[in-house]
Design a binder for this molecule. Structure first.
Ligand code: ACO
Length: 323
């Protein structure tokens, strides 16, 4: 197999998370929706979610925390990638405004791959490290509230706002590196989850569930094959946080255990591109990621899109500024 960019050193040297203040519990939803706390927790694993804020505002807050932790001077950052599906404007992209507020002086663009966005963006960062950059800020930020109808019990129970950020640096030792990755998209399934301009999301939840379980398994196997590793070699799994039952169903087929899995869904709901970095942030706060661990980030979302990245960890292992 050709190299495909693996073997280039990469490490995460700072993480940051941002959630808006307003909490909506399942109980709160019952005031205007025919549902119950018990149903939502059993069928999704979600107890509460956060709304409010703007995509750029949350991205700036998370990005600042990640920069602070890394100790990297904003002027040393050579590229900003913001993964989002809910940009502040149709144009321009969100990244230039975020770069400006953070004091960066570099290229800045958005990646739109919905809930796969952060994992997609990590592979984009990897490509730029291979081209010689050494310090990149990657942020996943979404305000799904803006395209969610909170009276629709199919989608209103799931989606929310948040942001997570990572300072990604070249690792000259090569100890930290992407061992394997896979990106995918299948536009045949556009219709199962979409939002038109100035409208809210339309979702065929059952079909999204089915496809998600399928692509999570397939993508993981491709990434492990590229890495020449097996399921047992994965130390920590960071799945997109959509529904705990999706994760459990995929894990049954893959043979992964929930013990190795980072989850924040219960508190955050589905924050789209923010969910994987929020999980990483939480995992680091709980000292669950160690040097040398093989960390699998696994995203899927509307498109359908999917992405998996296996990163051998050589970045920060302690983190005090978690959410
Ligand atoms: N509260 C109470 N009852 C409900 C609710 C609710 N919120 N929603 C549906 N029901 C009812 C249904 O009406 C149905 O009742 P019936 O049997 O009398 O007809 C029953 O519960 C079962 O409904 P289902 O639709 O079969 O429920 P399901 O178990 O599939 O759960 C859900 C629905 C949670 C939406 C699930 O399908 C799901 O999570 N799908 C994946 C969605 C997802 O993850 N999307 C994001 C992808 S990532 C991205 O790109 C953004």
């Amino acid at each position: 197999m050709t190299n495909r960019g693996v073997g280039i050193g990469m490490k995460i040297t700072g993480m940051g998370a941002a959630l808006p203040e307003k909490v909506i519990t399942n109980e709160d939803l019952t005031a205007f929706m025919d549902t119950s706390d018990e149903w939502i927790r059993e069928r999704t694993g979600i107890s509460q979610r956060r709304i409010g804020g703007t995509t750029s505002g949350l991205a700036i807050e998370a990005g600042q925390k990640a920069l602070d932790e890394s100790g990297v001077d904003p002027l040393e950052i050579e590229l900003l990638i913001v993964a989002t599906t809910t940009p502040d404007y149709i144009m321009p992209a969100t990244a230039p405004a975020v770069a400006h507020e953070l004091g960066l002086d570099c290229g800045a663009f958005d990646v739109a791959a919905v809930c796969s966005g952060f994992a997609y963006a990590i592979t984009v960062a990897q490509g730029y490290l291979a081209q010689g950059l050494t310090k990149i800020l990657v942020i996943g930020a979404d305000t799904m509230e803006r395209i969610t109808d909170y009276t629709d019990r199919g989608t209103g129970i799931l989606f929310a706002n948040g942001a997570g950020a990572a300072v990604v640096e070249a690792d000259e030792t090569g100890e930290g590196q992407i061992l394997g990755w896979d990106l995918g998209a299948n536009g045949k399934y556009v219709h199962i989850l979409y939002s038109e301009h100035d409208d809210t999301m339309v979702m065929d939840g059952k079909e999204v569930f089915r496809q998600a379980v399928k692509v999570m398994r397939q993508s993981t196997m491709k990434t492990l094959e590229m890495a020449g590793l097996t399921v047992d070699d994965v130390d920590i799994i960071v799945p997109h946080q959509a529904n705990v039952r999706i994760v459990e169903s995929a894990w049954k087929k893959l043979g992964f255990s929930m013990d190795k899995t980072l989850m924040v869904l219960n508190e955050t709901g589905n924050t789209s591109a923010a969910s994987i970095p929020l999980c990483l942030d939480r995992g680091l706060s709980q000292d669950r990621i160690k040097t040398g661990d093989n960390v699998l980030m696994l995203g899927f979302g509307a498109g359908m899109t999917w992405a998996s990245v296996l990163l051998r960890w050589n970045g920060i292992t302690t983190h005090t500024a978690g959410f």
